[in-house]
Design a protein around this ligand. Structure first.
Ligand SMILES: *[C@@H]1O[C@H](CO)[C@@H](O)[C@H](O)[C@H]1NC(C)=O
Ligand SMILES: *[C@@H]1O[C@H](CO)[C@@H](O)[C@H](O)[C@H]1NC(C)=O
Length: 423
């Protein structure tokens, strides 16, 4: 969750196993070959909203406990989240007991998770959902619980035995960047060896960036998705920084995204406290453009109907989950307006106009359609539908026409462009 500084000291991984890593690298090309995350992972992750709250005595409804996840599982089914595609219910840091058991295995905090993770996994599976868990490549998790260093095989097997379906593997408390990289690779192999299908969510590049440029070709071969940038906060400042980082580094990162392998700009914070309505629209629209995992961190038991409708918006989710699996990018930036676009299957394109001016009223912006979608999106013409803030069919646009919109400060207008075939 936060990059740790440290110099090269000792090997994270027994030297013997490095030979296997090299072989693995030669054999695999493209995305991690575990058949998972063919479209970006959708679900819920506790961190941004519930953090490391272990105070179940005074905040029983907000502490990290079996109860919290069971209730969230109930609501995911009863309130349409599962039907909308949100499938993975994910635990973040602070689920563990402070020590491993006598066999060296991780164990859940016995008071907060009285049935252990297996009972929770059974419950989550009985609802037709999948369970995600959290561990760390180094000696401790970011919050100071036992790390997986020296226990990669045992931990992978423990998670598989428990019926876990996703692992978020953090990078705190690792004393060198080379050993961090080896640890991430090793865990990928260890998960594979269990034979259980487990989505592997990494933070590898986030922790490598302070030292050197990460090797994304390699990361893509070992992880289903990976965090590049700092944790998301419940604030516009945070969303803006994530978008700025992504557009500044898009040459580096969008080419490696595809089915089974995604850049992860972190959780959706829609439905919490910090974002205005327009800013929530911007997060939803741009996470769809970026082909980002949609991992909500909010309280599904208590969320406004408006935020729920946005998070469950079928048209936006369809863009995010488009089977072509190409990540979108920033096409241009003029003063405070940014234009982003994403190629979709069936020659369609998604287009987002973002107004970053935190002043004034709605800004009018126009763009000629022949400049969109590499010049082919509207050639000879296309049908354009506004998806957000509200759905509106705008009709047929000729190649020579221009598309105009009014965009609220810090808001986004999202469009779908569908080519009209020559007759
Ligand atoms: C393990 O890796 C092999 C080779 O890439 C792959 O065919 C297999 O499906 C993987 N198994 C799991 C459980 O991920
Ligand atoms: C974990 O701690 C041990 C003992 O201090 C040290 O040798 C090792 O390098 C540490 N591992 C990581 C990944 O920081």
């Amino acid at each position: 969750m936060r990059p740790e500084r440290g110099g090269a000291k000792r090997l994270c991984v027994p030297a013997l196993r490095l030979a296997a890593l090299v072989l693995w690298g030669v054999l695999s090309a493209g995305a991690l070959n575990n058949g998972l995350a063919k479209t970006p992972t959708m679900g819920w992750l506790h961190w941004e909203r519930f953090m490391c709250n272990v105070n179940c005595r005074e905040q029983p409804d907000a502490c990290i406990s079996e109860e919290l996840f069971m209730k969230m599982a109930d609501v995911m089914v009863s309130d349409g989240w599962k039907d909308a595609g949100y499938e993975y219910l994910c635990i973040d840091d602070c689920w563990m007991a402070p020590r491993r058991d006598s066999n060296g295995r991780l164990q859940a905090d016995p008071v907060r998770f009285p049935g252990g993770i297996p009972r929770l996994a059974d419950y989550v599976h009985s609802k037709g959902l999948k369970l995600g868990i959290y561990a760390d490549v180094g000696n401790k998790t970011c919050a100071g619980y036992p790390g997986s260093f020296g226990f990669y095989d045992i931990d992978a097997q423990t998670f598989a035995n428990w019926g876990v379906d996703l692992l978020k593997f953090d990078g705190c408390y690792c004393d060198s960047v080379d050993h961090l990289i080896d640890g991430y690779k090793y865990m990928s192999l260890a998960l594979n060896k269990t034979g259980r299908s487990i989505v592997y969510s990494c933070e590898w590049p986030l922790y490598v960036w302070p030292f050197r440029k990460p090797n994304y070709k390699e990361i893509q071969q070992y992880c289903n998705h990976w965090r590049n940038f700092a944790d998301v906060y419940d604030s516009w400042q945070s969303i803006k920084k994530i978008l700025d980082w992504t557009s500044s580094n898009q040459e580096e990162i969008i080419g490696v995204a595809g089915p089974g392998a995604w850049n992860d700009p972190d959780m959706l914070v829609i439905g919490n406290f910090g974002l205005s309505w327009d800013q929530q629209i911007t997060q939803m629209a741009l996470w769809a453009i970026m082909a980002a995992p949609l991992l909500m961190s909010n309280d599904l038991r208590n969320i406004s109907p408006q935020a729920r409708a946005l998070l469950q918006n079928k048209d936006v989710i369809a863009i995010n989950q488009d089977p072509l699996g190409k990540q979108g990018y920033q096409l241009r930036k003029e003063n405070n307006i940014q234009v982003w676009e994403r190629p979709l299957s069936n020659l369609a394109w998604a287009l987002a106009m973002v107004n970053q001016q935190e002043m004034g009223g709605p800004q009018l912006y126009g763009i000629s359609v022949d400049s969109l979608g590499k010049g082919v999106a509207c050639n000879p013409s296309c049908s354009i539908t506004q998806i957000l803030p509200v759905k509106r069919k705008l009709g047929i646009f000729a190649w020579t026409s221009s598309l105009k919109a009014e965009i609220n400060p810090t808001g986004t207008v999202l469009f779908l462009l569908e080519i009209t075939q020559k007759t």
